[in-house]
Design a protein around this ligand. Structure first.
Ligand code: PLP
Length: 227
């Protein structure tokens, strides 16, 4: 299957899951996760209709930025404060804000660029499995701290990376929990959850942005990272 075929197939699956969950297909955004894939592959996805791409490392965004056709960039991985300045004028949405320290740095850099930066708060519903994301009982405090102190940040919603279960159905309670936290905020409009393995369940539970890599581009060659 070509990248184009995969984009079409995933889009169809996305739209069907949206219907099952009571959303419209075009209200759920497919972000193609392009980490460890080449500009050529990314451009094939863009030609197939992809409008938004996600990278989890700042360096990869910088390396590829000028070699990829016009597209919206999303930073979906852990962001170190000292790297915010490199991407503040390049990305559409930062999915991974999980501390006030990071928010303050984004505020500073966004204000220097005289822009409002859209972000998501990354929730970690499974504390023991991942070191990134904020624990559920601290989420509300982080949101109010950002709203009170960061006029150049607009919180658009929440993101989560669910733990991997062999059976995607087992992830459903995690997605449901994050959706409940998201629903407390009537001003939120983006719920980013679901990856290749579990995006259909995520959409059924209310995700309106999914991050899909492997099912579009095939397996990533992590060895190439060392080159
Ligand atoms: C790599 C990655 C994805 C995509 O994962 P696939 O299983 O390849 O679809 C989604 N979100 C984040 C944060 C990632 O790092």
């Amino acid at each position: 299957m070509s990248i184009k075929d995969n984009v079409e197939y995933i889009s169809k699956k996305k739209n069907e899951a949206a219907e099952r969950g009571g959303q419209k297909g075009d209200e759920v955004l497919l972000v193609a996760v392009t980490k460890l894939h080449s500009p050529d592959e990314i451009n094939q996805a863009i030609d197939a209709g992809i409008t938004d791409i996600g990278e989890n490392k700042v360096q990869e965004i910088l390396d590829k930025y000028d070699r990829v056709k016009p597209v919206k960039w999303h930073l979906i991985g852990h962001l170190q404060t000292n790297k915010v300045k490199y991407i503040i004028d390049k990305v559409e949405l930062i999915h991974s804000v999980d501390s006030f320290k990071l928010a303050k740095e984004i505020e500073k850099r966004a204000s220097e660029h005289d822009k409002i930066m859209d972000i998501l708060v990354q929730v970690n519903p499974y504390e023991e499995e991942s070191k990134f994301g904020i624990e559920p009982d601290k989420v509300e405090e982080l949101i109010s701290d950002i709203k009170e102190n960061c006029p150049h940040i607009r919180i658009k919603g929440m993101m989560c990376i669910a733990p991997f279960f062999d059976e995607p159905e087992d992830t459903r309670p995690v997605f449901r929990m994050v959706k409940e936290m998201y629903d407390k905020h009537s001003d939120f409009s983006i719920l980013s959850m679901g990856m290749s393995h579990d995006f259909e369940v995520a959409i059924e539970e209310g995700a309106n942005l999914i991050r899909v890599g492997t099912s579009i581009f095939g397996n990533r060659d992590y060895r190439s990272e060392e080159r």
